[in-house]
Design a protein around this ligand. Sequence first.
Ligand code: NAD
Ligand code: IPM
Ligand code: MN
Length: 357
Amino acid sequence: ADVKKIAVIAGDGIGPEVVAEAEKILKRTEEVFGLSFETEHALFGGIAIDKKGTPLPEETLAVCQTADAVLLGAVGGPQWDNNPKELRPETGLLGIRKELGLFSNLRPAVVFDCLKDASTLKPEVLEGTDLIVVRELTGGIYFGEKFRRESPQGEEAVDTCAYNVTEVERIVRQSFEIAQKRRKKLASVDKANVLETSRLWREVVNRVAVDYPDVELEHVLVDNCAMQLLRRPSSFDVIVTENMFGDILSDEAAMLTGSIGMLSSASLGQGSFGLYEPVHGSAPDIAGQGLANPIATILSVALMFRLTFGYEKAADAIEKAVAEVLDAGHRTADIAVDKSQAISTTQMGDLIAAAIR
Ligand code: NAD
Ligand code: IPM
Ligand code: MN
């Protein structure tokens, strides 16, 4: 059989807890659909700092580079927060994205009907919400030059934000193509009234738009977009934006679905290789207690199947299983209305695995 190699990086905090549930899904789909996976675990993030002295060890990168796809939990935690930059888990995360050339981060936010009561927003506002944030992932202020210097008013810190046309064009083209396969609406989000990088961004979007006349394009300033996401979420289809705006807007979009524990993501480059991870972090406040919602990570496996492996049927089956378990009323604490009825991370994983057929 065609054996797919998956690098599995559990990471820190709730990372190992949610990844363990996603691995149950891999196993189950092997049985049900006759698929075959070879998983290789690797150290990454805070745990790699503790054990190897660096957040992204060479061998971890090598495991990822020889794999067909990467499944990642989350990294970070208070014990590493005061480390110098090279010894921070988050630096490893930026490093792995850059090293693997993963410039495009897809973050779908879909409101499950039965979860409309889990959101802090009114059900009638959420009705029909199904959007995807396409976040540029290897450029902008995250990767620009950073330094400290003396100034007459004391020590000063500098972060620079840079984008070139190539970086903007490839993510924008991809977004138009995604929109063509969906409801054909693209919102490009920038701060072109202030930032030079945003003005370049908008020029490139307008130039590329000529090649996609069937897609309805709107430019939205990022502050307005943050507001419109809560006012009229269902009117958005594809949202494309730069690295930091995408980070912030996707966490906001998560709350439309009821919880950050619901949001999956795919990070892609030019080919079919991809890194799949939940949008949430290591959640140190709930780690080790079986409280984490594993659905974001499980839905990330569905994205891996669809976008990297082309296992459309198995991907659909995972998403259907999640919907079925939620429809039956099962909830982890983050999406439960009655918290006393909440089930654990492992119970949720077991139920979803069992519902795959
Ligand atoms: P977070 O996403 O870890 O947590 C924010 C809040 O959401 C917390 O209250 C947490 O309990 C809750 N939450 C998150 N995931 C959940 C889940 N699956 N189920 C239920 N509740 C969930 O963000 P934070 O607290 O700002 O960051 C914590 C650490 O994670 C930091 O070190 C940060 O740098 C790191 N981080 C890592 C990633 C990543 O690895 N991709 C992403 C975001 C943050
Ligand atoms: C995310 C996270 C990361 C980011 C951090 C942990 C570096 O917030 O994946 O959304 O900002 O990209
Ligand atoms: Mn984030």
